[in-house]
Design a protein around this ligand. Structure first.
Ligand code: ADP
Ligand code: MG
Length: 397
């Protein structure tokens, strides 16, 4: 689960990390009030969407002007006008894809006096099973470019989970970021606060780009992106409250209600599979025969008829889907349960695209019989290979 920049900053502030003062606004009037609460003379109006690269992004609508999703204002009136242009407009950045994202909230923040822009992130490094600090003196711009062209400028510093964070770790980060004197001290303290926040809140990613050094010699968090580990959200009701459903794919929200593992993709063949491994191989084999999957969907081992029906409805609600492949290996889940679920769903929502069903395992004969006798226009398949070829043929002709 991701949150907005302004929420991430409030969270980091509660761990005593230095962030700018600011206020979130939902409309121009609120933006003006927010700007009035700040001293000036520089205000920053920042579009709040769950995607980075806002500064270098552009808006689709002419009314939003030429500039990107992070703008500097010299007066309260100007801040209000910028907020007015951004709100309701569609911001396209490197991370949003071509469709962009509609801006529904803006953050009005104190302008900072920037001397240097640094890069810092914390993540869980799977290779070492440790929390890692990734940092670079080349902050502010796109870090992917730095990683590709000058990888030696990116430093990774791991934290031993048994020892935890120590000043030694902080000093190594400071050295990598060229910070000395009082800035080194600030760095050791800030990194400790960030590490504590990361671990206590079960984050998966905490990215600060840029982390800045101000002209008055202060280390300061200027942008913040946080992603949480979904599996640990049950421990953090305060974090769950920060969820902004308008930023998420409605199909994925619906799927999470039924505890289905669903990820929307760009292809046109909808897949319903049980087991993540089988779902991955189903997607692979669809690609092998020249088509693209519209989604990843694992209904899980112990799916009920209701869950199967919900999954089917989610797949058919996607206008991109031109055909559906159901691939189930009945183990704990019986094939007849799947068959009943599919039939119930088709009766409710109808079937306007070709449907290939491959069943194998427990009660397979019973399951096949239920589908055959249902009168539905289903294309049966014998094995995975056969199923993939049949659905690709049905869609591509
Ligand atoms: P994004 O990464 O989505 O483009 P950032 O918050 O990193 O958004 O802002 C982009 C750039 O805008 C920063 O690198 C910084 O130069 C400038 N900026 C952002 N916030 C402020 C601020 N409060 N004061 C001054 N400049 C800012
Ligand atoms: Mg940034």
């Amino acid at each position: 689960m991701n949150i907005h920049e302004y929420q991430a900053k409030a969270l980091l502030k509660s761990f005593s990390a230095p962030v700018s003062d600011g206020h979130m606004a939902l409309n121009a009037r609120e933006a003006e009030a927010a700007a009035k609460m700040l001293p000036g003379p520089l205000w920053v109006v920042k579009a709040q969407i769950h995607a980075g690269g806002r500064g270098k992004g552009h808006f689709k609508e002419e009314r939003a002007g030429e500039a990107g999703g992070v703008r500097l204002a010299r007066s309260v009136t100007e801040a209000r006008e910028m907020a007015n242009q951004m709100l309701g407009s569609t911001l396209v950045t490197k991370q949003t894809g071509e469709d962009g994202k509609q801006v529904q909230r803006v953050y009005i923040e104190d302008g900072a006096d920037i001397e240097r822009e640094l890069y810092l992130s914390l993540l869980v490094d799977r290779a070492t099973s440790r929390v890692a600090f990734v940092c670079s003196t080349e902050g502010g711009m796109d870090i992917e470019g730095v990683a590709a062209e000058t990888p030696e400028k990116i430093h990774t510093i791991h934290v031993d989970p048994a020892a935890g964070y120590s000043a030694y770790v902080g000093r190594r980060i400071a050295a990598a970021l060229d910070l000395d004197g009082d800035l080194l001290k600030q760095c050791v303290k800030l990194m400790g606060a960030l590490y504590t926040a990361f671990v206590e809140k079960d984050m998966a990613l905490l990215e600060i780009n840029p982390l800045i050094v101000t002209r008055s010699g202060k280390l300061h968090v200027l942008d913040a992106k946080i992603g949480f580990d979904d599996n640990a959200l049950y421990r953090h009701p305060d974090v769950v409250e920060l969820r902004d459903l308008t930023e998420e794919d409605p199909k994925e929200i619906e799927a999470s209600k039924y505890d289905l593992s669903y990820v929307a993709l760009d292809g046109d063949i909808g897949c319903m599979v049980n087991g993540a491994g089988l779902a991955m191989s189903t997607m692979d084999i669809i690609k092998l025969y020249g088509a693209e999957p519209a989604n990843f969907l694992d209904v899980g081992g112990g799916a009920t008829e209701e869950k199967v029906a919900a999954a089917f409805k989610i797949i058919t609600s996607d206008p991109k889907v031109k055909g559906i492949l159901i691939n189930i290996f009945g183990g704990i889940m019986k094939c007849d349960t799947i068959a009943e679920g599919v039939i119930a769903a088709v009766k409710e929502v109808g079937l306007s695209v070709p449907l290939v069903v491959r069943l194998e395992g427990t009660n397979v004969e019973k399951g096949k019989k239920i589908i055959a006798e249902s009168g539905l226009d289903v294309i049966p398949a014998d094995d995975l290979d056969d199923a993939a070829q049949k659905i690709v043929k049905a869609v591509k002709g």
